[in-house]
Design a protein around this ligand. Sequence first.
Ligand code: F6P
Length: 328
Amino acid sequence: MNQQNIRRIGVLTSGGDAPGMNAALRAVVRACAFHQIEVEGVFQGFTGLIAGDFKRLNERSVARILGRGGTILKSSRSKEFMTTEGRAKAIDQIKKHHVDALITIGGNGTFTGAHKLFEESGIPVMGIPGSIDNDLFGTDHCIGFDTATNTVVDAVDKIRDTATSHNRIFFVEVMGRNSGFIALKAGIAAGAIAIVLPEDEMTADELMQILRSSEDSGKSSSIVIVAEGAKSGSAYDLAKKVTDQHPDYDTRVTVLGHLQRGGAPSCYDRVIASRMGVAAVEGLLQGRKDVMVGLVNDRETYTSLEESIHRANLPNRDELRIARILAI
Ligand code: F6P
């Protein structure tokens, strides 16, 4: 299988951590051990790559991390790696440590950096999609998205108890950067009256109409899910616009924030992380480079890093239609 004569692989996690990154790391390290490849764990993401923060890992180094949230390799958002000079330092470290290929576990920003590193050095790079935002093209799901949406649903179920008790309208803001995947999935699963996505222009007036008609049909409390990237405003902005127009509405805002990134990965995230970790190693050994591994229709696939970054992965519009029907 090792057509590339790869003897040592480096692996790092970068950008926002996502539940299941440890499961992916474990799979990478154990697949390497299986194929008799050495592994250098790179700590602190690209910051550690530049600084030479490397540590040799073996199959036992990744024991008992499958179910742990966060990333034992730690992570960073490195400004220095965005510069040619920073990447040149990283390339020197890769060569100094005799690393033949690099696996990067992360999202959009991680793959942008990895792709540049490949262009400037020719060192084979492989991406594993780990991001709660689920915004990468070339995989049905990114690692961490399932756990994050379950966390949101659990939180919204709890918020609903108090919303119902007080006849209130809660505006719950969820993460996702410019993407509405978390908002849409969690909105359907938690029975939101309205879901405000960056990909869908819902004005405050439209929201007002939805709230009024639900009140007319007898609803006394509601949950509005707002994606943090929504163009019509934040959860606070929208709540204010609604109360300005209808002061009788008793509104509250909850911004779920970073709790969405934490916690033990779900079964689904552990499984996809394990599959992608093995496929990342085996893809490199087969000569694939400058690509991201993904799972599309339950099959391992490889998409060029450029395509994975630049092609839009959009939420399913039919799910939005369904959410509207069910919110009647
Ligand atoms: O990309 C993951 C993510 O959690 C986004 O949903 C969010 O916008 C961002 O990271 C927050 O970044 P930070 O942890 O640097 O504040």
